[in-house]
Design a protein around this ligand. Structure first.
Ligand SMILES: Cc1cc2nc3c(=O)[nH]c(=O)nc-3n(C[C@H](O)[C@H](O)[C@H](O)COP(=O)(O)O)c2cc1C
Length: 344
C-alpha cells in the first residue's frame, strides 16, 4: 500500500499519477503516518513553492519523528523550468530529519517543457512525455520493492578534506568515531589540496571509455584510492565544513569525478551520512547540496536523520557547545539503529 501525499492537485501531475500508480494499491492522505510507504507528489508554479506545499514542509520540520519508519520517493512536477530540484532537496532534507528513509535516486522531476528528460528519452527511443511517465511508474515500483539493507559489520568510509587539530568538523568526527569503531570497520580518506582535480568535463563517449577501464582522464588518487574505497564500503560519511554556504571545493570535485564512476557502477546499496559545521549559519544549505549530489543524483540511499548539523566557528567553539556529547550519542545511536541488523 502506498500513501500519496499531494498537497496541490495539479492536472498534469494527476495524469502522471494515474499512469504511475496503475494496478498499485494506494490512497491519498492529508497527513503522513509513521511506518508507511509514501509517494510525495509535489508541484511548483511560476513563483516556486505553493502555500500548501510549504505547509507540508513546516509539518515535517516541526513534528519530531512524524516520519519515523517511513520509506519514500518523490515526484516533482514543474510549471516552469525552475524550482523543481530546490523543492526536492528541501523535502528530502526535512523528511530525513523527520525519520524517513529514501532509496537511491528517489526523485523524478518534470520541468514544464520536460526537456530534463531528453537524454533518457534518446537512450530509450521514446518521447520525453513517455519517458517521464515510465520513469514515474518505475519509481513507484522501486518504492514498493525497497527494503533498507543492514550489515553485520558495516564498513564505513569517511571522506573529508580537513586538517586534524584545527578543524571543528574533524574534531566532531573523532568524537563520533569512538562511538562507532567497536562495531564498524572504518576507513578515513583525506581529499586535501593536490590529491584531487575537479572533473575535466570530457565528452560523454570519452568519459565512458575511461570509465570502462574503471578510470578517468586524470587517474590519480581518486581512481587509485577513493573509488575502490567507495566500492568496498556500505556507508559513506562526508565531513562538510561550510565554505561559502556550500560543500568545500575538494569534496565538490569528488562529486563531479563520481560522474564517470556512475557510468559503470552505482551506489544504490550504500547509505549516505554527513556531518556539517558552519561558522555562522547555513548548515541546511550544505546538507541539501550533499544529499542533492550523493542521493538524488549519485544513487546513494538517504537514511533517517542522515546528517548532524552544528554551528561553531572554530575548534574551541565546537568543544564548548552545550550538550554536544548527548547530540553525538544520539546521532551515533541513530546510525547504528539503521545499519546494524535488528535485535532478534
Ligand atoms: C573559505 C571559508 C569559507 C567559509 N564560509 C562560511 C560561510 O559561508 N558560512 C559560515 O557559516 N561559515 C563559513 N566558514 C566557517 C567554517 O564553516 C567554520 O570554520 C566551521 O568551524 C567549520 O570549518 P572547520 O571544520 O574547517 O573548522 C568558512 C570558512 C572558510 C575557511
Amino acid at each position: 500500500m502506498i500513501d500519496v501525499l499531494m498537497p496541490v492537485r495539479a492536472p498534469r501531475l494527476l495524469r502522471v499519477l494515474e499512469f504511475a500508480l496503475e494496478g498499485v494499491e494506494y490512497r491519498f492522505v492529508e497527513k503522513p503516518r509513521q511506518g508507511t510507504r509514501i509517494l510525495f507528489a509535489l508541484c511548483t508554479d511560476q513563483c516556486g513553492i505553493h502555500p500548501q506545499t510549504l505547509e507540508l514542509l513546516r509539518l515535517l520540520r516541526s513534528e519530531t519523528g512524524v516520519l519515523e519508519g517511513c520509506k519514500a520517493v518523490v515526484i516533482v512536477d514543474g510549471e516552469s523550468e525552475l524550482y523543481t530540484k530546490e523543492l526536492a532537496q528541501e523535502l528530502c532534507l526535512a523528511a530525513s530529519l523527520a525519520g524517513c528513509c529514501f532509496p537511491g535516486k528517489p526523485l523524478v522531476e518534470g520541468t514544464a517543457s520536460l526537456y530534463n528528460q531528453h537524454i533518457l528519452a534518446q537512450q530509450r527511443g521514446l518521447s520525453v512525455e513517455q519517458t517521464y511517465l515510465l520513469r514515474c511508474r518505475e519509481l513507484v515500483q522501486r518504492l514498493l520493492d525497497y527494503e533498507p539493507p543492514r550489515f553485520e559489520r558495516p564498513s564505513l568510509l569517511v571522506l573529508h578534506a580537513s586538517e586534524k587539530g584545527r578543524s571543528a568538523t574533524l574534531w566532531l568526527w573523532e568524537k563520533l568515531r569512538r562511538r562507532l569503531e567497536e562495531v564498524c570497520d572504518i576507513q578515513e580518506v583525506s581529499l586535501q589540496n593536490g590529491t584531487i582535480y575537479d572533473c575535466r568535463g570530457c565528452s560523454y563517449h570519452a568519459c565512458l571509455h575511461f570509465a570502462q577501464n574503471e578510470g578517468c582522464f586524470y587517474g590519480g588518487a581518486i581512481a587509485e584510492t577513493v573509488l575502490p574505497a567507495i566500492r568496498r564500503s556500505n556507508v559513506l560519511l562526508f565531513l562538510c565544513p561550510n565554505y561559502n554556504d556550500a560543500v568545500s571545493a575538494n569534496l565538490t570535485a569528488l562529486f563531479n569525478r563520481l560522474t564517470s564512476f556512475l557510468l559503470h557502477s552505482h551506489l544504490y546499496d550504500k547509505y549516505l551520512y554527513g556531518m556539517v559545521v558552519s561558522g555562522y549559519s547555513g548548515s541546511d544549505l550544505v546538507a541539501r547540496q550533499l544529499l542533492g549530489a550523493m542521493c538524488l543524483n549519485k544513487t546513494a540511499q538517504l537514511p533517517p536523520h542522515f546528517c548532524m548539523l552544528q554551528t561553531a566557528n572554530d575548534l574551541q567553539a565546537i568543544q564548548q557547545l552545550p550538550k554536544i556529547e548527548e547530540q553525538l550519542d544520539h546521532f551515533a545511536e541513530g546510525i547504528l539503529r539503521n545499519i546494524l541488523p535488528t535485535a532478534k
